[in-house]
Structure formats: structure tokens, C-alpha cells
Design a protein around this ligand. Structure first.
Ligand SMILES: Nc1ncnc2c1ncn2[C@@H]1O[C@H](COP(=O)(O)OP(=O)(O)OP(=O)(O)O)[C@@H](O)[C@H]1O
Length: 589
């Protein structure tokens, strides 16, 4: 389907429920257009009456009365035009406000159902921009352009009908210059679009540069590179200025050019109408009235052309926005099996059997990986960076599905287990801990919102962070966020461990993060990990081998293959890769 087709489908999906609203809008627009295009007729009549009166063709009260009647009708029609427009505006505002709200809700809901693959393969900024700029563009177009375009199209049709109804020759004279106006509008729109696209690209690059500089600010400052940073910024800024300027020049030309054409057209209409008044068969006063009517039409006729052209670019960006949102909605959801099995407690254990897996087609990461963890045991995954440890964790929690082989819980394939049940039973402590906006209490009880204070304190005690929290002014009510937290990196992980302890998972996956914390915190994390692992079935990704000496089993991975398996002592005896790794690390430390 084309971009336009997809966008129409997208808008139709969100608009179809507002059939009544659209009917009211269209009726209000038709009515207001009728009043607006009929009003000039009364203006013409009033002028004819006035002219007749002035040159003495008519006199007396009744004629003055018909003059006044035309004026009153003119006034009434203008008022009714305004009322009709007011009603259509209110309804369109209601429709656009509600439909963008539903789009936002739908998009957020969709994100919650999406696969980890989507998040892994899209930049955070890109996902966020769908909520911000894409939805804003759609909202602006719906709010400002939708009603306007309907009104203007109705106006054009109404004016054309009225003009031909009033006088065919003058109608042709008035619309004769339309092709010229349309050609000029198309050229100006194309030029504007070119530079607006360029501007968006350049703004994207500028934002990318600023983003990079802000996240790398510490490196910039510590190396004294502030001047270089500004030097790098200036060319981007200049490109944005140039593209914006050119875009503005062309889009700014649209209105004056259309206005100029409209004035020229009005002059032609006056000239031709005047000629008709002097040389035609019509009474001169009637012809005078007709000229006044067509002067109005000529100006009104050009208004929709210039309005539609200036709204066009707004629609273009909204169509792009709709395409991007549609793309997101078309992404596959996580596959939840129908009538999936509910996990109860683990009886035997978890097993990977001949697993083959790759994130992308044609590039296998795990090759024929098999391992198992018995209930209540701890298995440690070790291996060089990039060997596939995190990938195995991704499969256990069904963030991704295997290409071949299986991952089973007590013999049941994870693909047959209801997703919520699976995730409820699997607890993960990631290497990079996340703090959500809210109180510390909220952060710990994130996975179990109905936890009692006692349960929360107990989890925090086991994670060895309780004392620290109590020493804060507001204790558990201290407000934190990822950017503004009172925790160090290591303490963040302790909070994350407390969060996991509270959910009491059946299978625990721990990605150890002891690489960038001080030795005191490291010891605390180690103790917290020991507490949480105690008696639980767990997989631990270990970066420091001394933390896993007690593991029931150590699985050594290299290039996505299991190369050794066994207890610490067995593996040392084998004098293979693990033994070498252990001794190297031991010497290093
Ligand atoms: N989302 C992804 N898409 C594509 N390839 C990926 C993705 N995540 C990881 N990989 C690739 O898979 C391989 C294994 O990565 P993985 O993160 O599992 O290694 P690891 O052993 O956990 O490494 P580390 O010790 O550095 O955390 C690497 O080659 C990596 O480039």
C-alpha cells in the first residue's frame, strides 16, 4: 500500500466512530457555505436598489423598504455563516482532540505488547518522537487543517455554483485564471516542501549532535573541548538557518502571490463587468449590482485556493506522522499462546535443549546450546564479552524465541506457557538498574504494588539497603527518578535486587554488575545476591569469577557455544578455558 493509502486507512480507523460528528460538521459547513455564498447576492440587490434610488428610477417608501430588506438579509446571512462555522469548528475540535487522545492511548498500549526486538532495534528517541512530534503533527493538522479544508472545498463548490447561477460570462471570467493560480501554488508548495524536508533533516542532525554532546559532557569538560564542541555545533546550526530561511521565503510567498492574483482577478472582473454594464443588454443598475456581487465572489474564490495550499504542508507532515504510527501499530505483538499453561511452582528445573538462535536472519549467535538448572540450584554463566550470556537470559524469559531447540520449565516449552504467568515467575536483576519516577517505596514495590510496608522493609533488609534508606530525610517516601536519584550505581542495583526479592520469583536471573562499584558496595551486592539466590533456582551471569565459586554448576560459553560445564573444582581440574580465565583474573586482581 502507498504511504497515502496507509495514512488514509490509519485516519479512517480513528475517525470512523465519529460518523455523527462528521455529519453535523458537514451539515453545518454546507449551511454556512450556503449563507456565505448567497450573502453577496443580497449585497448586489442592495446596491441595485440604492443605485435605482440615487439616479431617480425609483422613489418612495416601498423601494427604500426593499433596500433595507436586502441589508437585513445580508446581515442575517453573515450571522448564520458565523454560527455554522462556529458549530463545525467546535465539532472538529472535539473529534480531533478525542481521536489524538485515542491514538496516544493506543500507541502506549501497543508499546506494552511489543516484542523486545522492537525496542532493541529502535532508538529511544525515535520511539519517543512518535509520541511527541508525530502525534503533534497529526493533532495540528486535524485541529487546524481538517475543518478548514472542508470549509474551503465547500466554499469553492458553492461559489462556482452561485457564479454560474448569477451570470455565466462573468463566472467564466472569474475562474479563467484558476489554472495559473494552481500552477503557481504547486510550484511554491514543491519548493517549500523541499526546504522544509531539508530543515527537518538538518534539525535531526543538530539534535543528534546536541544529544551526543550532552551525554558526553563530562568527557568534553575533562578534556577541555568546549570550544571544539561549539565549533562543531555552528555548521549544523547554520545549515538549519539556511534551510529554514529558504523554506520560509517560499511558504511566505504563497499568501502574497495568491493575494496579488486575487486582486488582479478582481480588477479583470470589474473591467469586464463595467464593460458589460456599458455595452450589454442589462439595465446599468442591475449590471452595477452584479459587478459588486462578482467582486465579492472573485475575492472569496481565491481564498480557498490559497488556504488549501498553505494547509497542504501541514497535511504532508501529518501523513508522514500517520505512516510512522501505522508502522508501529503493524509491528507484531508478543506471541501469547492460546490457553497457555499456568506455571505453578517449579518441580524439576529449567532446561535449554539444542538451542540455536540469532537476532537477525543469517547470523546465528547461539549454536546448539544445551544446559539445565535443577530446582533450587544455581548455574553461573561465564565467558568472554559477546559470547552469548545475555542472549541466553533473553531466551529464558522469552524476550526472544529460539530458532531451533527448546527452553523448557519442568518439561513445558516456554512457548506454551501463558506469558504473564511465565514473567510472574521469572525475576530479573539487570546489570543496569532502572529507577522509576516516584518514591523509593514505589520503586521497591514496583512488581508487587500491594506489598505491605513490612514486606518492603524485609526485602530492603535482605538487599542491604534498608539502613541507607532510613537515613534519608524522608526515608522510604524520598522521591527519586532515573536522572535524579539519591543512589549510586551499586545502590541502584541493591534497590533492583530488593524489588526482585519482593516478587519472590521461582526462577531468578541475575546479571551481575560489580564491575564499576567500590569494594564496600561490591561486598554488599555480593551479600544481597547471596540472600536472594538462597534456596532459589537461579542463573547468574558472572563477570567476577570469585562471586560464583559456590555455584552448583558453571557453564562456560565461547562464541555462542558451550565449551565447558561443571563445578568450580571440576573445571579447575580440567585445566581448560575456565581454569585459564580464573587464574588470569586471580592474578589480575
Ligand atoms: N539485540 C541484538 N541484536 C543483534 N545482535 C545482538 C543483540 N544483542 C546482542 N547481539 C549480539 O549477540 C552476541 C552475544 O551478545 P550477548 O549480549 O549475549 O553477549 P554477552 O556474553 O552477554 O556479553 P557481555 O559479557 O559483554 O554482556 C554479540 O555478538 C552481540 O553483538
Amino acid at each position: 500500500m502507498t504511504e497515502m493509502g496507509k495514512s488514509i486507512k490509519f485516519f479512517y480507523h480513528y475517525m470512523k466512530r465519529y460518523k455523527l460528528g462528521f455529519t453535523v460538521t458537514i451539515l453545518a459547513i454546507i449551511a454556512s457555505t450556503y449563507f456565505q455564498v448567497t450573502a453577496p447576492v443580497y449585497m448586489g440587490k442592495a446596491i441595485t436598489e440604492l443605485a435605482n434610488y440615487v439616479i431617480g428610477l425609483t422613489h418612495g417608501v416601498s423601494d427604500k423598504g426593499s433596500f433595507m430588506q436586502s441589508i437585513w438579509l445580508l446581515l442575517l446571512f453573515y450571522v448564520l455563516t458565523t454560527v455554522g462555522m462556529f458549530i463545525s469548528n467546535i465539532v472538529v475540535t472535539y473529534i480531533s482532540g478525542n481521536s489524538t487522545n485515542r491514538m496516544r492511548r493506543g500507541l502506549f498500549g501497543k508499546l506494552q505488547k511489543m516484542t523486545i526486538k522492537f525496542f532493541d532495534s529502535h532508538q529511544d528517541g525515535d520511539i519517543l518522537s512518535r509520541f511527541t512530534s508525530d502525534l503533534d503533527n497529526i493533532s495540528n493538522a486535524l485541529n487546524q487543517a481538517l475543518g478548514e479544508i472542508m470549509i474551503n472545498v465547500a466554499m469553492m463548490i458553492g461559489i462556482i455554483i452561485m457564479m454560474f447561477h448569477e451570470n455565466v460570462s462573468l463566472a467564466w471570467v472569474t475562474i479563467a485564471s484558476t489554472p495559473v493560480a494552481v500552477i503557481i501554488a504547486v510550484i511554491l508548495i514543491a519548493k517549500t516542501r523541499k526546504y522544509v524536508d531539508m530543515q527537518q533533516d538538518e534539525v535531526g542532525k543538530l539534535n543528534g549532535y546536541i544529544n551526543e554532546q550532552i551525554s558526553g559532557q563530562k568527557i568534553v569538560i575533562s578534556n577541555g573541548l568546549q570550544d571544539e564542541a561549539v565549533k562543531g555545533f555552528l555548521p549544523h546550526n547554520e545549515k538549519v538557518r539556511k534551510a529554514t530561511f529558504k523554506g520560509q521565503v517560499y511558504s511566505g510567498m504563497l499568501f502574497p502571490v495568491m493575494n496579488g492574483l486575487s486582486l488582479v482577478n478582481t480588477a479583470i472582473v470589474i473591467f469586464f463587468g463595467g464593460w458589460m454594464a456599458l455595452n450589454g443588454d442589462m439595465a446599468r443598475t442591475t449590471a452595477l449590482g452584479l459587478v459588486v456581487v462578482f467582486v465579492q465572489y472573485s475575492q472569496q474564490f481565491y481564498q480557498p485556493i490559497s488556504q488549501i495550499s498553505s494547509l497542504y504542508s501541514m497535511f504532508q507532515v501529518a501523513i508522514t506522522g500517520a505512516r510512522r504510527l501505522n508502522e508501529t501499530f503493524e509491528e507484531p505483538d508478543e506471541i501469547n499462546p492460546k490457553n497457555g499453561k499456568q506455571l505453578t511452582d517449579l518441580q524439576q528445573g529449567v532446561e535449554l535443549k539444542h538451542v540455536h538462535f540469532g537476532y537477525n536472519e543469517g547470523k546465528e549467535i547461539l549454536h546448539d546450546v544445551s544446559m539445565n538448572v535443577e530446582k533450587g540450584h544455581m548455574v553461573a554463566l561465564v565467558g568472554p564479552t559477546g559470547s552469548g550470556k545475555t542472549t541466553i537470559m533473553n531466551l529464558l524469559n522469552r524476550f526472544y524465541d529460539v530458532n531451533a531447540g527448546s527452553v523448557t520449565f519442568d518439561g513445558t516449552d516456554v512457548r506454551d506457557i501463558e506469558l504473564k504467568s511465565l514473567r510472574d515467575h521469572v525475576g530479573i536483576v539487570l546489570q543496569e538498574s532502572v529507577i522509576f519516577s516516584g518514591s523509593i517505596r514505589d520503586n521497591i514495590s514496583f512488581g508487587k504494588p500491594d506489598a505491605t510496608d513490612e514486606e518492603i522493609y524485609e526485602a530492603a533488609k535482605q538487599a542491604d539497603i534498608h539502613e541507607f534508606i532510613l537515613n534519608l530525610d524522608k526515608g522510604y517516601d524520598t522521591q527519586v527518578s532515573d536522572e535524579n536519584s539519591v543512589f549510586s550505581t551499586g545502590q541502584k542495583q541493591l534497590v533492583s535486587i530488593a524489588r526482585t526479592i519482593l516478587t519472590n520469583p521461582t526462577l531468578l536471573i541475575l546479571d551481575e554488575a560489580t564491575s564499576n562499584v567500590d569494594t564496600v558496595t561490591e561486598a554488599k551486592i555480593q551479600k544481597a545476591m547471596d540472600n536472594v539466590i538462597q534456596g532459589r533456582t537461579s542463573f547468574v551471569i558472572a563477570h567476577r569469577l570469585k562471586t560464583i565459586l559456590n555455584a552448583n554448576k558453571i557453564v562456560v560459553l565461547k562464541d555462542g557455544k558451550v565449551i565447558e560445564q561443571g563445578s568450580h573444582d571440576q573445571l579447575l581440574e580440567e585445566k581448560g578455558f575456565y581454569s585459564e580465565l580464573y587464574h588470569n583474573q586471580f592474578v589480575f586482581e
